[in-house]
Design a protein around this ligand. Structure first.
Ligand code: ASP
Length: 328
């Protein structure tokens, strides 16, 4: 084991159990000649978002705009009552409210975000309206709801019977403890580049299940949950938002790519930063990043095993198991 690796293994992890140091830098095939990036391309967090990727691809393969692809793709889990981490059917906060966070960012570096939004099934579209129809970046809570209504969105009850029952069951013990894979969250983060090489991204979530009323995670915060720089690349993440907010994770990934790193190395740097800052919290919490650079190359990495993502490229929509920092 070379000295640098030994140093990293010792300093980054402290007491955590890692696999062999040789696997510390577990990566995708970084040989670009074997894996050239092609366009269009779309990548999303979590395997169940394969349908979202397909919806985005439909727009991209017809020569459409990456931002439209992001919006169409994210609409899929937002409308799906079975997806308990996003939009309609999302698990409520501890007071029984479904509160949603979302953001969107385009190739010009413009962004729109909504936080703590209730009663609107498609927060990603409200975020887009914030970007396009206001001089602001973030709108929150009741103000965001009033804005959405003024833009023609419909007020709906987003708490499904299934989510209500899960909340009733949770109330028996009322124990809030974010666990590995964050209750197997399927929060959607999506990055896409279209045939004109316009790079855009979006993220939408109901946040942590049974969170404190008013809690906002990383997902709607530009730089934390999502960052896009058309000259360099884009990154988005999922997992325990507090750890990402404190490290401005997605911005870090893009800045690493700006310094010439392959997206895979860039996401590994961000995960390692989190683990080194919060070794104790990292034992029980998951964070995963995906990234896409201007060349169409991607990266994916998480703290714990169990994270997968979906890549639609070269006409193929594939669910891929991501590499992780910890091996068990
Ligand atoms: N990052 C989201 C949050 O903390 C949750 C998730 O991605 O699973 O709200």
């Amino acid at each position: 084991m070379n000295t640098r690796r030994k140093f990293l293994q010792q300093t980054l992890l402290g007491g955590l159990a890692v696999g062999s140091a040789d696997r510390l830098f577990d990566t995708l095939d970084l040989d670009d000649s074997k894996a050239p990036g092609t366009f269009p391309v779309v990548i999303s967090t979590w395997g169940p978002n394969v349908k979202a990727n397909a919806a985005a691809w439909k727009v991209l393969s017809a020569g459409g705009y990456a931002l439209d692809a992001i919006e169409a793709g994210i609409h899929v889990p937002e409308a799906d009552p079975e997806d308990t981490s996003v939009g309609y059917g999302g698990l409520p906060d501890r007071d029984g409210h479904v509160t949603l966070d979302a953001c969107i960012m385009n190739e010009k570096g413009m962004a729109g975000c909504v936080t703590f939004l209730e009663h609107i099934k498609h927060p990603i579209s409200v975020a887009r309206k914030v970007m396009e129809n206001t001089p602001h970046v973030i709108m929150s809570g009741d103000g965001a709801l009033q804005f959405a209504l003024s833009q023609g969105f419909e007020k709906e009850d987003l708490l499904t019977e299934h989510a209500r029952k899960a909340w009733e069951a949770w109330k028996v013990e009322s124990k809030y403890q974010p666990v590995i894979n964050v209750e197997r969250h399927d929060t959607i983060g999506m990055l896409a580049m279209d045939t004109q090489h316009r790079l855009c991204g979006g993220c939408s979530t109901s946040g942590l299940a049974f969170k404190m009323h008013g809690r906002v995670g990383d997902s709607p915060v530009i730089g934390a949950g999502l960052f896009v720089d058309n000259e360099v690349g884009a990154a988005v993440c999922t997992g325990l938002g507090e750890m990402v907010l404190r490290t401005v994770g997605s911005f870090l990934v893009v800045e690493e790519m700006r310094r010439g790193k392959h997206p895979q190395k860039a996401v590994e740097t961000a995960v390692k930063r989190i683990v080194s800052k919060y070794p104790e919290q990292s034992k029980d919490a998951q964070v995963a990043f995906i990234a896409l650079d201007r060349k169409g190359r991607h990266g994916a990495y998480s703290i714990h095993p169990g994270f997968n993502y979906v890549l639609y490229q070269n006409g193929e929509n594939r669910v891929i198991e991501g590499a992780s920092f910890l091996k068990t």
